[in-house]
Design a protein around this ligand. Structure first.
Ligand code: NCD
Length: 334
């Protein structure tokens, strides 16, 4: 088990490494770890939205740039990933940087029993920034305590997935032009889904109404519900998606997280609980969007893909622009 007893205030993380004068832009994220969405305020998000938009333009016009030339990213994945790993790699490469991809830890010294701190301290000797995905809650915070270079949490078990939440909220902003006033439904595995944990916390910065739609055994964890209550946001917990489909602006669908279940019979009982199909979409507003962090394993039928309200492939593309913006900020080049 990861030792998370030493609580950290993630809003006040120290800058790391020695800033070189040419690098210093004064941006708040320069040299910092990105561990939790709690580090972000509205102004930070507005900044990331602006830079991510610039990154989109840059990619559309030129394909790549040399902003991070000479910089190296170590991409350390202890859990499977397609989008998060590939989009960090693409982001780094499109900004002229290089990547050390370690995504088959069974072939690395981790398989020989190397500890997370030793692995991270080794990789940071070669790199300027480390991206880490790990199955245990608190792993990113633990690794960051040992690392001298910035460490970015790419998912720590059922804990947080801050960069996913940033790309999710950027997508909502891009699709509607605003976030305040929207009604956001999160659907599926709200218990084990780290993306909805991070996104809910981040959306608390805005005036949104929440709908938490899940089978009873996959309800949103109590600590997050408490935060929503304490902040005074309106929220409803429902089991039947038909009760709310006609009123939501954002339908954020998630996969039931099979790998987090001890009892696979329980997984089987809930895995097909929700399926977003054209029939359900007929009951949704004309102007709304469907999102999903992917991978999908049946929660959204392929027949929905051609519906202009299906925003999930646009969301995936946005992930690269947001990660370009983040890497530039953390490496002092934004
Ligand atoms: C998510 C994750 O890994 O938490 N995927 C992702 O990063 N895009 C969601 C999931 O695995 O269901």
């Amino acid at each position: 088990m990861i030792d998370t007893t030493q609580e950290m205030d993630v809003r006040n993380l120290p800058r790391k490494g020695k800033p070189r004068p040419a690098d210093v832009t004064g941006h708040a994220f320069y040299g910092r770890d990105i561990l939790s969405v709690d580090q972000f305020g509205r102004e930070d998000l507005e900044y990331i939205f602006r830079v991510a938009d610039e990154m989109r333009t840059l990619v559309e016009r030129f394909g790549s740039a040399d902003l991070l030339q000479g910089k190296v990213l170590a991409n350390l994945f202890y859990e499977p990933s397609t989008r998060t790993a590939a989009s960090f790699m693409a982001a780094m490469q499109r900004l002229g940087g290089q990547v050390i991809p370690i995504n088959n830890v069974q072939y690395s010294s981790v398989a020989k029993g190397e500890s997370l701190p030793d692995t991270v301290r080794t990789l940071e000797a070669y790199a300027d920034v480390v991206v880490l995905r790990h199955p245990e809650v608190g792993s990113a915070a633990l690794a960051a305590r040992y690392a001298h270079k910035p460490l970015i949490n790419a998912g720590d078990g059922i804990g947080e997935h801050p960069t996913q939440a940033l790309l999710d909220i950027f997508t909502i902003y891009e699709e509607f032009g605003h976030i305040d006033g929207l009604k956001v439904a999160m659907v599926g595995d709200l218990k084990y889904g780290r993306t909805v944990h991070s996104l809910t916390k981040l959306l608390l910065l805005y005036d949104v109404a929440f709908y938490f739609v899940s089978p009873d055994i996959l309800r949103m964890p109590e600590d997050i519900i408490e935060r929503v209550k304490a902040s005074g946001h309106s929220f409803r917990e429902v089991v039947d998606i038909h009760e709310i489909i006609h009123e939501v602006d954002v339908l954020y669908v998630t996969r039931v997280q099979k790998e987090r279940f001890d009892d696979l019979a329980k997984y089987e009982a809930v895995k097909d609980f929700y399926v977003v199909d054209p029939e359900l979409m007929q009951q949704a507003k004309e102007r709304m969007i469907v999102m999903h962090p992917f991978p999908r394993v049946g929660e959204i039928s392929y027949a929905v893909d051609d519906d202009p309200r299906a925003a999930y492939f646009r969301q995936i593309e946005n992930g690269m622009y947001v990660r370009m913006a983040l890497l530039a900020a953390v490496l002092g080049k934004a």
